[in-house]
Design a binder for this molecule. Structure first.
Ligand code: AMP
Ligand code: MG
Length: 492
């Protein structure tokens, strides 16, 4: 029988910090350095439920006091994790939580273990020349992204709360700092494995693999080679994750191996973008001159990252077995991508021509700068072609779109589901709202003026992006002209 949810206060959260019990060379214990003039900017009652925290039992003052490190949170054992990783294709041995601290793990009434992590809590042993801080702009973007991804059903980290401050630091000029409390079951990155591999601590590497299996993939214990099974699980989740990104025109922006979670969640949000129109070459991060992390390259880059992860497992798994496993990635990615794209198109049956239908849609979307988010939303209503074109802001008819629609409608005739059922199914995967850069920009602008209401107002819309919100329905329309000029960089 399921246990009833326990409602806890901040002081009575059930911490059990398995990571803090691991050997010393894995981390450095560090206390958070409080921000000046800290105040609560956002609190996520949904995430509170995940850790059995009773949202009604907490006050803004308490959240600020404990998460801003003014008082120690009972049960927490803050530490900065050591990891390394490949950044833009080059190995960097000097990484680690430079501005993050793992507070500990909260175990809820279901036995689920959730990491609480502070982002922007001050300098650590791994800060190098950094200030250990995160700016309000980037923490808001991460907070919003977590809810938007969760709303789309894409695996992601989320945030429990956001704390703003009167602490300033140099980024794009002087900017206010903030602190995010990130919540996820997993803060282990591909780069954790790379650290032990490249520093030749192979006994610790094995311990990390065992820890990861016990905590995230216990089913791998039964396999002939549990470490190969671990790799295959991570690869499968990662293939599905990138398939979902590609299906929703999401560009992560900084797919370094230290930003890859072994749980297959979207992790470490920086200059990410949900594209306003379909652009395969889109580069979200203006510092990425070569376009290494351009939208269309994400699947191959993720495979590259998985190869780096596989390399780190060589002391534990025969190399040929890892190489063989990696050859399956693209097939798994395509499988997951076609599955989601079929769902978005309302196709339950499988037809040989479906992949080509998707390819052609993307091609014509790129050629005509179509916004696929609004395209799919309106396609769910099976509208007349003129109506669809006008919803998409097309001034003239696009012959290749007419052709595509004809093929699509012929294809729909093979379906058995009745139109109303299909429409409902399509609605579930084709949201009315998507988190666009300009929406985040508007929220950030207000937050810089001390007004956090727009931030908090946006969250319900992101969590339930299929539900019409009359107050915010302008977000269903075309982005404003200035949206195209938004420039995102790594600076955060
Ligand atoms: P990111 O670009 O946020 O994924 O961070 C890459 C690496 O730089 C990680 O090891 C971070 O901990 C570190 N880092 C990023 N920003 C800062 C900062 N402001 N202070 C210290 N370390 C940082
Ligand atoms: Mg990172």
């Amino acid at each position: 029988m399921a246990k009833e949810q326990t409602r806890r206060t901040l002081e009575s959260l059930q911490f059990d910090n398995s990571y803090a019990r691991l050997p010393q060379q894995w981390y450095q214990r560090t206390e958070p350095a409080p921000l000046k003039g800290a105040r609560l900017a956002g609190f996520n009652a949904e995430v509170a439920q995940l850790i059995d925290l009773d949202p009604c039992s907490v006050t803004p003052e308490q959240l600020v006091c404990y998460f801003n490190g003014e008082k120690s949170l009972p049960g927490a054992e803050p530490l900065a994790m050591k990891y390394t990783g490949h950044q833009f294709g080059f190995y960097n041995p000097d990484l680690g939580d430079g501005r993050g601290l793992l507070l500990g793990e909260v175990v809820n009434h279901k036995g689920e273990r959730w990491d609480l992590h502070l982002k922007g809590a001050g300098r650590t042993a791994f800060s190098r020349f950094g200030d250990g801080r995160a700016v309000l702009r980037s923490t808001i973007r991460e907070y919003l992204a977590g809810e938007a991804m969760a709303g789309l059903g894409i695996p992601t980290t989320r945030a429990l709360c956001l704390i703003a401050s009167e602490h300033y630091t140099q980024r794009n000029g002087m900017e206010p700092c903030a602190l995010l409390v990130r919540v996820t079951p997993c803060h282990i990155r591909f780069g954790h494995f790379e650290y032990f591999y490249y520093s030749r601590q192979h006994d610790q590497l094995k311990l990390l693999a065992d820890y990861s299996i016990d905590r995230y993939y216990p089913q791998c214990r039964e396999a002939d080679n549990p470490y190969l099974a671990l790799f295959l699980e991570v690869q499968e989740r990662t293939a599905e994750l990138v398939a979902l990104w590609q299906s929703y025109d999401f560009v992560h922006g900084v797919l370094n191996t230290d930003n890859m979670s072994i749980l297959g969640e979207t992790f470490d949000y920086g200059p990410y973008t949900f594209m306003d129109w379909h652009e395969p070459d889109h580069i979200a991060n203006k510092n990425d001159d070569q376009g290494r992390y351009a939208f269309k390259r994400q699947p191959e880059i993720v495979l590259w990252n998985l190869s780096a992860f596989a390399q780190a497992l060589v002391p534990l798994v025969p190399q040929e077995a890892l190489e063989q496993a990696l050859t399956r990635f693209m097939g798994r990615f395509r499988y997951h991508e076609l599955k989601r794209m079929r769902a978005r198109l309302g196709l339950q049956q499988e037809d040989e021509g479906d992949a080509a239908l998707v390819v052609e849609l993307r091609r014509l979307a790129a050629a005509n700068r179509l916004d696929l988010a609004r395209f799919f939303y309106h396609l769910s209503e099976q509208p007349a072609e003129e109506l669809l074109a006008s919803e998409l802001g097309l001034c003239e008819s696009v012959p290749e779109l007419s052709e595509w629609l004809k093929t699509y409608w012929r294809r729909l005739a093979l379906e058995v589901a009745s139109p109303p059922i299909r429409e409902a199914q399509m609605r579930a995967v084709n949201p009315r709202y998507i988190l666009r850069n300009y929406m985040a920009e508007e929220v950030i602008r207000e937050a810089h003026a001390g007004n956090y209401a727009p931030l908090n107002d946006l969250l319900p819309l992101l969590r339930e992006p299929a539900k019409v919100d009359p107050k915010l329905d302008r977000y269903a329309g075309m982005p404003p002209d200035w949206a195209g000029a938004i420039c995102l960089t790594c600076s955060s």
